[in-house]
Design a binder for this molecule. Structure first.
Ligand code: AMP
Ligand code: GLY
Length: 423
């Protein structure tokens, strides 16, 4: 079978890496891919949201399974168009993808399905939004309704901060159309947890849990990013927590989507907070997390393609539960100077050290590009994720950090405290 992975991040490199290991697979394509996917799959220069050309390509190559990596592909209607053309697609249609692409849609769905989440209200006018935030002493999270590459949430600690966040979105339009509607919700406290599940719209299989680190710098300082590292399994998460998430968050969400005519096939990702009063859902994503995929997929011992194909076809019930490597996985993202500030970030720098990785370190590429004559150069904010498995989190972490240290380019930085909490 031929598999097409859509996207260009380290998540997609990890997906490609997993797909090429499958006995069901004869060839893997990645569109558009990056400098790393090009080494193990064929990169196809079609953008992740270019629906028309993607469908043409899938027809020409008789693709057996399409895996949607990023939310932009889901939101472009890639799943709808490919399904309509008869392909097996692992990833939801646009309608079901609103669970990620519209925070107000997600909050309403959670309310209908009784999924525990923060109190909230939806606004398009700044004045009532400011009132709502002031009544809560400014202890709120202000969220752009639409997609914002993981950067559309401002967690506030005062009325002034809340007003500034509300104005940035509703008055100054700093998040464009994504921020023309906002969700303001009560600020919650507690450790975070990502639980991803594979679903065919009916059956729901939870994957190994992970924790990602969203702030740019050590000690959870600096701006929110797409994610600077992750590890799996997170400290202090037992089977009871996962059962709770499956029964009270993931399954009700999948059922509610199906009941309202938006069957979800693919990966549903619940971003959770473990508060003193129990689990609360912060967000859903309609795809694998990045960098969660880079630490969850290496622990998956079962054939990912078999799972994804069953989810795409609606036959997940016939597949055995996934098997997991008991070892821990830690992933450390190496990023370009000034990431996530696109205005200040520079790319195009040669990348050195990838050939001298310590044993057992897997490097998943994100913002890398192969330039004839110059070799591999940086091509984005998050450049690579260095991932390692270990019998303990400490061992995996040491190896992953040794790998990250080897990756050298002008302005490279990484967080040195990923997974440290578990040691
Ligand atoms: P989201 O994209 O909704 O997951 O939000 C990004 C990050 O903002 C989360 O990972 C949390 O760290 C933080 N966050 C979101 N919602 C809240 C909330 N209600 N209370 C506190 N922090 C939040
Ligand atoms: N790591 C968070 C995300 O993928 O949205």
């Amino acid at each position: 079978m031929k598999v097409l992975v859509i996207g260009s991040g380290a998540r997609e490199h990890a997906l490609v890496w997993k797909c090429v290991q499958s006995e069901l697979v004869e060839r893997v394509y990645c569109a558009p891919g990056n400098g790393g996917t090009g080494g193990m799959a064929r990169n196809i220069p079609i953008g992740a949201a270019d629906v028309v050309r993607m469908v043409e390509f899938a027809k020409r190559e008789r693709i057996g399974l399409v895996v949607l990596g990023p939310e932009v592909a889901v939101d472009a209607g890639m799943g709808d168009a490919l399904r309509k053309a008869g392909f097996n697609v692992f990833g939801p249609n646009r309608g079901a993808g609103r669970i990620e692409s519209s925070k107000s849609f997600a909050k309403q769905l959670m309310a209908r399905a009784g999924i525990p989440t923060a109190d909230y209200a939806v606004f398009t006018d700044p004045a009532p939004a400011r009132d709502w935030a002031r009544e809560r002493g400014g202890q709120v999270a202000v969220k752009a309704d639409g997609l914002a590459r993981g950067k559309g949430v401002i967690v506030c600690a005062s009325v002034d901060e809340a007003n500034a966040a509300i104005d940035a979105m509703l008055v100054q339009s700093r998040f464009g159309r994504s921020g023309a509607t906002i969700v303001v919700e009560e600020k919650l406290q507690g450790p975070e947890l990502s639980v991803l599940a594979i679903t065919d719209g009916t059956d729901v299989l939870a994957l190994a849990p992970a924790r990602d680190f969203k702030r740019a710098h050590d000690g959870d300082r600096g701006p929110n990013t797409g994610g600077m590292g992750a590890y799996s399994p997170p400290a202090g998460i037992d089977a009871a927590v996962l059962d709770d998430v499956l029964a009270n968050v993931l399954k009700p969400a999948v059922r509610e989507l199906a009941d309202s005519g938006d069957e979800f096939r693919g990966v549903l990702y619940a971003g959770l907070m473990l508060t003193p009063s129990g689990i609360r859902t912060l967000e859903f994503n309609a795809r694998f997390g990045d960098p969660e995929a880079q630490v969850v997929l290496p622990r998956l011992e079962s054939d990912f393609v078999a799972l994804a194909l069953a989810a795409a076809k609606g036959t997940l019930a016939s597949i055995p539960d996934p098997k997991w490597d008991p070892r821990a996985a830690v992933g450390v993202v190496v990023a370009s100077a000034n990431y996530p500030d696109d205005a200040l970030m520079k790319t195009g720098f040669p990348i050195r050290g990838l050939a001298e990785m310590p044993r057992g370190v897997q490097v998943f590429h994100a913002g890398t590009r192969f330039e004839p004559g110059r070799g591999l150069v940086t091509d984005g904010g998050r450049v690579v994720t260095a991932v390692a498995l270990g019998d303990t989190v400490a061992e995996a972490r040491e190896k992953a950090l040794a790998g990250a240290r080897q990756v050298r380019f002008q302005g490279a930085f990484y967080r040195s405290d990923i997974a440290q909490e578990a040691i």
